[in-house]
Design a protein around this ligand. Structure first.
Ligand code: RB5
Length: 149
């Protein structure tokens, strides 16, 4: 199950991304917003992030104007590693190296075809493990208030 959420700046891009999820045969849960009325991106980013952190959803996709604000909101939720990805290489490497469980995209930064390719890469790339997994474990330790060296 894929979580998807957006603010008012990204309604049409969300529809494009949902078409990719449907092509890929993936189930998704749309956490809004559902209209183009101005709204606060942290609310919608947090709703999707809580669904990923709780295990209700496996991964999440967030979209706001830049991808920055909604991703920052998601990263405040324990267990979330949300990467800002406005290019496919970042989408691949955030999975391989950082085991990102969410990505954020900027509807005012990139076009719909690029966004769709980024989503395909994010959803089809696995984490590499090994030394990368050790570094991801350090991120979790930091999140838990532990010292790392
Ligand atoms: C909304 O105007 C805009 O601030 C938002 O979409 C996003 O770009 C914030 O980071």
């Amino acid at each position: 199950m894929i979580a998807i959420a957006n603010d008012h700046s990204a309604l049409s891009m969300k529809k494009e991304i949902i078409s990719v999820l449907e092509e890929m045969g993936l189930e998704y849960k749309d956490f809004g917003t559902y209209t183009d009325a101005s709204c606060p991106y942290p609310v919608f980013g947090a709703r999707a992030a809580h669904a990923v952190a709780s295990g209700e959803c496996d991964r999440g996709i967030l979209i706001c104007g830049t991808g920055i604000g909604i991703g920052l909101a998601a990263n405040k939720v324990k267990g979330i590693r949300c990467a800002l990805c406005n290019d496919p290489l970042s989408a691949r490497l955030c999975r391989e190296h950082n085991n990102a469980n969410m990505i954020s995209l900027g509807a005012r930064i990139i076009g719909p075809e690029l966004a769709k390719e980024i989503v395909r890469v994010f959803l089809t790339t696995e984490a590499l493990g090994g030394r990368h997994a050790e570094r991801v474990a350090m991120l979790t330790a930091l999140e838990n208030g532990e010292e790392i060296e």
